[in-house]
Design a protein around this ligand. Structure first.
Ligand code: AMP
Length: 432
């Protein structure tokens, strides 16, 4: 084939071709529920560009992270400046927050975004080189209540989508000082098992030993199990923050497990980290996750303000919903499909459909209608609720046939009553 989509990418299409989750009306539904949930929680939308100067991610995420060290799509623009396609949402939001001085507008800023992310990863099921995330960032509040609100928002989104069988994993990884002490002890412990360890973990041991804790390699599992726990290293402030958060989540009925091996891949996290996993996703089972980042803004030379956020993958949400047989509504079906069989009929049908469209009633028309059977097939493909046929006979009597495609009931309506009739029918339909 002359043109082929690059590896790890996919098209979102109006008809099912290979996988159901790529259907565009599923995406529309999901994005509608996401926007409503975020707005209901007081989060405002922010949109940043698809690419940024490379330093935004180098500085924002840390050079040792997997994303920066091996997954970024980086290129030189024509003026030889290094640019990078956005691999995650937090660093660009922080750049924008600082650059636009949004901290002057409000004390607390709560943002959300829905955006494409680009990571050069080994393509496999559940991992793409362009994926989509819904993310939020709550800036300005250091409290455990802020953490609970953010976790609750993500959990509420999944509930509104009717997703079940979820596990909320929660951990506290302290601040940088706590982590440095822990890192030393962890490294000492891990060094004893260097020979048994997976190749990937051997490399990580020098660069980023904490990441070994979320290794999925089989040979690492026993080693990880008995590793020292970060929870034993927390100072009093961190312990209180974590205990208070756990109590608050219990009181609002968010079920969670404490997972002291959860570290997440990015350097900027402090204190709370969390991840929501689905048992219906296979090996890439993280549906969404995030955490607190109290020093990121100051590291980026912005104001010294704390933050808390998450990112969740839209592909994985849809894949989970399909696995769980959740019905996803389709708003793209015509309520009436017009079938005009002559050129005079077309003129009348065009006039009628225009009036209905002005009333925001979804309608479509078969502009190629020649044989009724073919038009009925088209109407079925579009899953139209009704078809309205205007042929020679109807032109003579000035009455059209309206057929209900589900009940098969047929009604004869005079031309000048069609608009009122269909409008009433639509109102009743919308009420159900
Ligand atoms: P992360 O920024 O890596 O924590 O990712 C946040 C969420 O985005 C994950 O929980 C996944 O749902 C999704 N995600 C991350 N990377 C990919 C990818 N390569 N392909 C599809 N979804 C992804």
């Amino acid at each position: 084939m002359l043109f082929q989509i690059p590896k790890g990418l996919y098209d979102i299409l109006p008809y099912e071709v290979d996988q159901e989750w790529k259907l565009s009306h599923y995406w529309q539904y999901l994005e509608t529920v996401i926007r409503k949930t975020a707005l209901d929680f007081g989060f405002k939308e922010i949109r940043t560009p698809t690419f940024e100067r490379t330093e935004v991610f180098n500085r924002g995420l840390g050079e040792a992270t997997d994303i920066v060290s091996k997954e970024m799509y980086t290129f030189l623009d024509k003026a030889k400046r290094s640019m990078t396609l956005r691999p995650e949402g937090t660093a660009p939001v922080m750049r924008s927050f600082i650059e636009n001085r949004l901290y002057n507008a409000r004390k607390i800023n709560k943002f959300f975004y829905i955006a494409s992310m680009f990571r050069y990863e080994r393509p496999q099921s559940g991992r793409y080189r362009q994926h989509h995330q819904f993310g939020v960032e709550a800036i300005g509040n250091p409290s455990f209540e802020q953490d609970a609100e953010v976790i609750d928002l993500l959990y509420e989104l999944y509930s509104r989508l009717n997703i079940s069988n979820l596990t909320v994993n929660l951990n506290c990884i302290g601040n940088i000082t706590t982590r440095e002490v822990y890192k030393k002890d962890l490294t000492k412990y891990l060094e004893k098992y260097l020979k048994e360890m997976s190749e990937e973990s051997k490399i990580r041991l020098a660069k980023n030993p904490l990441r070994i804790l979320d290794s999925k390699e089989e040979e690492d599992q026993e080693i990880i199990k008995s590793a020292p726990s970060i929870l034993d290293y927390l100072n009093d402030d961190e312990k209180n923050h974590f205990n208070n958060l756990c109590d608050l989540l219990k009181s609002i009925n968010i079920p969670f497990i404490i997972n002291d091996k959860l570290v997440r891949g990015i350097d900027y996290y402090t204190k709370t980290v969390f991840e929501i996993t689905s048992s219906d996703l296979g090996s890439q089972n993280a549906l969404g996750g995030g955490g607190r980042y109290d020093h990121l803004l100051s590291q980026l030379k912005g104001p010294d303000l704390p933050g808390m956020g998450f990112g969740t993958g839209l592909e994985r949400i849809l894949q989970t919903m399909i696995k769980q047989d959740i019905v996803i509504p389709d708003n793209s079906k015509p309520f009436v499909y017009f079938v005009p069989l002559t050129s005079h009929a077309k003129k009348i049908a065009f006039n009628l459909i225009t009036q209905l469209r002005r009333k925001e009633i979804p309608c479509d028309i078969d502009l190629n209608a020649k044989k009724i059977n073919q038009s009925i097939k088209n109407a079925n493909l579009l899953q139209a609720s009704h078809i309205l046929i205007i042929g020679e006979d109807e032109l003579q009597t000035k009455q059209a046939q309206l057929k209900n495609m589900i009940s098969r009931e047929q009604t004869t309506i005079e031309f000048d009553k069609i608009i009122t009739y269909i409008t009433n029918l639509w109102r009743d339909y919308e009420k159900v």
